[in-house]
Design a protein around this ligand. Structure first.
Ligand code: M6R
Length: 367
């Protein structure tokens, strides 16, 4: 049942080319310039007219929501707030007419997310679900939604659900942007063409970096702390990389927007501190190069996820993991892959059952 893999977690990481193709199947056809999410159609106009989008989730699903914030703002020019479901439900949140809620949950059973959905509904909001488990409680409680079609995710660490969630959010943002005219038809065509190449690029990365990352994991298995830094679309990936490492290897890790370093965490840097940079060549690249230099000057051990052909960061980092280029808005789906593998391979040195880390449940149905 693990398909020849030692753990479900690794199997699910390697399933991503397929799960991403499944997320897009029947929904995108780049040649025909076609992008439709059937489950959204009935309420799509609400999204198009939304004054504000509130995204709710927990854990990894909340991280996917943060990527969603960048996507909706970039493509659809709609302001977005991303909230931990647990915080949202216990506040007295302001929900106005014109607000639309998107709830993200792999299991569709997370107690806090479900309660937040019910609360928003009681205040009159229209709610969309982005879930994996078909027929689970959250999709049943929402007005409309789109499944990510990732297939069963057994490992407690969410991997293929995260990339599936981002893919669905990307499709939503592109549909709205096209309908609103915030992206031109030619840009839309270019973007969906690129989006359909993502599963192949994920497949390429998995095969290209797997043995390199095993080696890096061996090098760093003794570390007690890690920092993950990214900017822009890859700031949420820094958070996700850190969460993956904490949860399956029990190594303390923190993710930060790279520019926040100098506001505190830089004090932690010494020759024992591994720092993982997520630094593809995007609009923030030059800024992140300076951040890499700042860490280097303090002797931090730098591992960087960069694009193929990168020179500047390669010269500075102890290890660079090279991935292909894509549109900056789609890069989280690629940059997270090496981070999933890194956590997994470090964890295999330290933890008995990577699929079931201590103290954690696959779906958190109690608050
Ligand atoms: O099923 P959900 O997406 O609602 O679950 C939310 C979190 O409990 C989940 O993402 C958790 O953080 C994962 N174990 C992270 O890998």
């Amino acid at each position: 049942e693990k398909g020849g893999f030692p753990h479900f977690t690794l199997k699910e990481i390697f399933e991503q080319p397929k799960s991403l193709r499944d997320a897009m199947r029947g929904r995108i056809n780049a040649e025909k310039n076609h992008l439709v999410l059937g489950g959204l159609i009935e309420y799509q106009q609400k999204l198009i007219n939304a004054d504000r989008i509130i995204i709710l989730g927990c854990g990894t699903s909340w991280h996917a929501g943060l990527v969603g914030e960048y996507l909706f703002e970039e493509f659809a020019r709609i302001p977005v707030e991303v909230e931990y479901a647990s915080e949202f439900r216990y506040r007295n949140p302001v929900i106005r007419e014109g607000d639309v809620v998107i709830a993200i949950s792999q299991s569709g059973e997370t107690a806090d997310t479900l309660a937040a959905v019910e609360l928003a509904k009681s205040k009159g909001a229209i709610i969309f679900g982005v879930c994996n488990v078909v027929g689970s409680s959250i999709p049943r409680a929402t007005h409309a939604g789109a499944y990510i079609h990732a297939g069963p995710e057994i490992g407690v660490a969410s991997t293929k659900a995260f990339t599936g969630q981002i893919t669905v959010l990307t499709m939503m943002a592109l549909i709205i942007g096209r309908a609103k005219g915030t992206i031109t038809e030619s840009k839309f065509q270019e973007l969906i063409t690129e989006l359909t190449t993502i599963p192949d690029k994920v497949e390429y990365i998995l095969h290209k970096v797997d043995s390199q990352i095993k080696y890096i994991a061996e090098e760093f298995k003794g570390a007690r702390n890690f920092l993950y830094l990214g900017r822009g679309f890859n700031f949420p990936v820094a958070l996700e990389g850190a969460l993956k490492l904490k949860e399956i290897s029990y190594i303390h890790a923190e993710g930060y927007p790279a520019a926040e370093m100098k506001h505190g965490p830089i004090a932690l840097i010494d020759e024992n501190m591994p720092v993982v940079f997520i630094a593809p060549k995007d609009s923030t690249y030059e800024k992140i190069v300076s951040n890499v230099q700042e860490i280097k000057a303090r002797k931090g051990r730098i591992i960087a996820v960069v694009n193929e052909g990168d020179k500047e960061i390669k010269d500075l980092a102890e290890f660079t993991i090279e991935i292909p280029q894509t549109h900056e808005a789609f890069s989280p789906i690629l940059t997270v892959i090496p981070l999933q593998l890194l956590s997994y391979y470090i964890a295999t040195h330290l933890v008995d059952d990577v699929d079931k880390p201590r103290n954690l449940a696959k779906s958190v149905t109690v608050e």
